[in-house]
Design a binder for this molecule. Sequence first.
Ligand code: FES
Length: 197
Amino acid sequence: MVPGFRDEVGVAVDVMRGFALSMKKKEVKKNKPSLSEPARRSFLNKLLVGLGIIAILEFAGLVMAYLRPKKRQTTSGDIETIVVAGHVESFPVNSVTAFVRGKFYLCRMEDGGFLAVSRKCTHLGCTVPWVDKEKKFACPCHGSTFDITGEVISPPASRALDIYPLFIENQMVKVNTGKQIKRSGFRKDQAVYPKKA
Ligand code: FES
């Protein structure tokens, strides 16, 4: 081969090889994933996991709040309906005291227990007066009578007079007139007893 031609061919080969090499490098560089891509994916994955955990915690919190028994709190409505009747000692045993504002009678039984009895007859709703001489409630409308506990003595009323929740705080008798309790008859656990000093 002619020496000059050989050199020229060698140069051309070198140029071609250099070009191929640079193309290859470019191709490798092009196909190589950018460094920020995995980082971005990792960030998104962590973000999704974090959001998922927050959603689960919030859901669990809602379920717990729903299932948790609610504490009974005294509302302003309760305060308005509570009538302070007086000190336990101001009500002798076997006595009935009328509270016109609260529409109830405070009955203190023979054994010292208290009951707040509605003055409304359970037959047709007439107001029932206490007849102290006879120690009974006597309805003027159709003649029903009730004893000091509100239990029916004679019909047509078929069930005992309603009662109101009653409690004793610091020896003071208090009645919640906002809640009327219906009952078929008297039971001893309906009465409230003052604590012995
Ligand atoms: S309303 Fe009292 S007996 Fe009828």
